[in-house]
Design a protein around this ligand. Structure first.
Ligand code: ZN
Length: 251
């Protein structure tokens, strides 16, 4: 059967002498794996399509119960070429597609998540946006869509409001207040400013989020909190390759 999908390239793998296996995240069927035969030959019209982060419209032959479908043709919806001019933005875009790849279940359509992904890549490729804020918005809304919304309002032990900040507990999934938290070497403290930035990002659409005013220490703890929390809930993210580059940029 011939199918059509709108999808973003997550990763590619060379196969044989001239083919590629492409993993995409599609609006219609979630994760989609295609084999594109002959696309590495210089004569192929599809040669330039399959860079990770590219937004495509693809046509493919679908076989029921097969994990790998056969690519027929495709065209570019958005190349997000602005990313290529800025190393930080390109790195964040690579983290975004790898994070999606490691978080989503196979064959589960989630149009809202697809839109979040496409919108976030578009914002990142626009030079006048703040790259870290675009990224934080993407990451927090991804967690929310996957059912892992961080609760930043109250202490998970005594339920008092976290009015002076909070620390991640032993399990790294709940925040604890200063009185309840038993400090350890690897404790991560997040200030009230970071908690309210998280709250504001999670409760608003992109246009309505207030730009968080965070100092360097707060920004660092924001990054640390995000990843510690995500590693706990989505185990495969611990082995993300793009994280190493990200850590050099933001720690
Ligand atoms: Zn408490």
């Amino acid at each position: 059967m011939i199918e059509k999908a709108e999808a973003i390239v997550l990763k590619t793998l060379n196969h044989g002498d001239t083919s590629k296996i492409i993993t995409l995240y599609s609006k219609e069927v979630g994760r989609l794996k295609l084999i594109a035969k002959g696309v590495r030959s210089p004569k192929s019209k599809a040669a330039g399509l399959f860079q990770p982060t590219r937004h495509l419209q693809v046509i493919y032959y679908s076989k029921a119960n097969s994990e790998l479908q056969l690519f027929k043709s495709g065209e570019l919806v958005n190349g997000f070429f602005g990313l290529e001019e800025d190393f930080d933005r390109l790195t964040l875009a690579q983290v975004i597609v790898e994070l999606i790849d490691r978080s989503i279940e196979d064959k589960e359509s989630h149009p809202l998540l697809f839109q979040l992904l496409a919108d976030s890549l578009a914002r990142l490729s626009t030079p006048d946006t703040s790259a870290a804020e675009v990224y934080w918005f993407f990451h927090l809304h991804l967690l929310r869509e996957l059912g892992f919304r961080p609760h930043v309002g109250h202490c998970s032990v005594c339920n008092e409001p976290l009015s002076t900040g909070g620390s991640l507990g032993v399990t790294s999934s709940h925040l604890e207040c200063v009185k309840c938290h038993q400090p350890r070497q690897d404790s991560i403290f997040v200030s009230q400013a970071v908690l309210s930035a998280i709250q504001s990002i999670l409760s608003n659409s992109w246009d309505k989020v207030d730009k968080p005013e965070l100092n360097a220490r707060d920004r660092r703890s924001f990054w640390n909190f995000l990843w510690r929390f995500t590693f706990y809930h989505i185990e495969p993210t611990r082995r993300m390759r793009s994280l190493k580059v990200l850590q050099q940029l933001y720690s």
